[in-house]
Design a binder for this molecule. Structure first.
Ligand code: NDP
Length: 290
């Protein structure tokens, strides 16, 4: 089977690498040199955008849904009926439905297939995928996604994958912000943060942020950039749109979206790792979280 992967970023590059071990894999990237490097490293084939339409399954992983929609418009004249488009972008349910309708006009079906687990998750083929779309399309894509994911769940109709991911990102943001505030306070009081984290991780307040991110990225002072602060801020914007579409009360998550917009400006860059939020809170607190 021939597959095509568009968007060889922090996530896409290793994902397409896994695909190339199992399938005839075409790769396309806005900056072509990255696709050529991928071809040399994994034996994929670097192609122009038009040529990705030769694949039976086209996968995308780009920053936002608008980028996916632009790719769909650009590829539309070349697409063949029966093709399946699997979008791994953390995107917007409503925009994804528009893109899906556009693709359907050419007989191409679409799944919103959001990822979780970060770069390490895809590198180790342990990622989680939450999918919106038809059952038949999900079953068709599942073995392909199994190249880099260990848990692959069909969560509902079109847009449901994006919606579930947006809520997940809200929880990530809450945990990251709250733990940063708490650890800054403990640091100020001279408490050993390694011990504090150890005990929190054996207690009811633990989360992925406390169990993995905080020790590895903040206390270590490494802040490796694998998931940009700007992308999490974007996800918070989607989260609030999902909540607004439902019309349910969400005072905490709305507020937190604003916090992340402030953080982007205060930190001075959207391109740093999302854990830079801790750097901001330590600056405000006048203490280092280490
Ligand atoms: P990166 O910024 O590392 O990569 C983005 C990729 O998209 C690059 O290949 C870039 O090309 C390409 N791109 C950017 N803009 C456009 C455009 N307008 N048209 C076509 N291609 C474009 O992002 P990530 O890989 O980190 O994230 C991708 C998606 O996955 C995002 O929606 C993110 O929220 C989500 N995600 C990220 C996770 C992570 O841990 N990083 C975890 C889970 C989901 P170029 O090389 O030319 O810049």
């Amino acid at each position: 089977m021939k597959v095509a992967f568009i968007g060889l970023g922090a996530m896409g590059y290793p994902m397409a690498g896994h695909l190339a071990k199992r399938y005839d894999t075409l790769v396309h990237n806005r900056t072509a040199a990255k696709a050529e490097r991928h071809a040399r490293e994994f034996g994929s084939k670097a192609v122009g955008l038009e040529q990705t339409a030769e694949a039976e399954i086209i996968l995308t992983c780009v920053p936002v849904s608008r980028d996916v929609d632009e790719l769909a418009h650009a590829l539309l004249p070349h697409l063949r009926p029966g093709t399946l488009w699997v979008d791994h972008t953390s995107g917007e349910p409503e925009l994804a439905k528009q893109t899906a309708a556009l693709l359907a006009s050419k007989g191409v079906s679409y799944l919103d297939a959001c990822l979780s687990g970060g770069v390490a998750g895809v590198v180790n083929a342990r990622a989680t995928v939450m999918c919106g779309g038809s059952e038949a399309d999900f079953e068709r894509a599942k073995p392909v996604m199994g190249s880099y994911a260990a848990k692959i769940v069909h969560v509902g109709p079109l847009g449901a994958g994006h919606a579930v991911k947006a809520v997940n990102q809200g929880l990530l943001a809450v945990n990251l912000w709250a733990l940063s505030e708490g650890m800054a306070a403990l640091a100020k009081q001279g408490i050993n943060l390694g011990l504090a984290l150890e005990v929190i991780n054996a207690s009811s307040g633990r989360s992925n942020v406390s169990e993995n991110l905080f020790g590895q990225r903040v206390l270590s002072r490494e802040f490796p950039n694998t998931f940009a602060l700007g992308l999490l801020a974007k996800d918070m914007g989607i989260c609030v749109k999902v909540l607004e579409a439902a019309g349910t009360p969400a005072p905490l998550l709305r507020q937190l979206r604003e916090f992340f917009e402030v953080a982007k400006h205060e930190v001075g860059s959207a391109d740093v790792d999302h854990t830079a939020v801790a750097r901001l809170l330590e600056r405000w607190a006048g203490v280092e979280i280490r």
